[in-house]
Design a protein around this ligand. Structure first.
Ligand SMILES: [Zn+2]
Length: 86
């Protein structure tokens, strides 16, 4: 199945976060791989975006956008380290 890289999350996530989270460092809950969200393998867009770990292929995050809501599921990530400009 074809996928895009994690940069495909930039537009949809920009509705939720006011900063570019694709540069955030995530940690995969399944294998512990750390890296920028831009490295994730993104499937979709229908019925939602599913971003998988480039190492173990487990789901790291899902984003489903409805007409009035966005559902962000981050259960596959241990943490996000988000750079903040000073
Ligand atoms: Zn992984």
């Amino acid at each position: 199945m074809d996928y895009q890289d994690g940069n495909a999350l930039a537009g949809p996530l920009s509705e939720i976060f006011s900063l570019d989270v694709t540069v955030a460092q995530g940690k995969c809950a399944a294998c512990g791989l750390r890296g920028p969200l831009a490295q994730l393998h993104v499937y979709g867009p229908d019925p939602g975006l599913v971003a998988r770990c480039p190492s173990c292929e487990e789901v790291v995050l899902t984003l489903v956008r409805g007409p009035n809501d966005a559902w962000l599921d981050l259960r596959g990530s241990v943490s996000l380290r988000i750079p903040i400009a000073e």
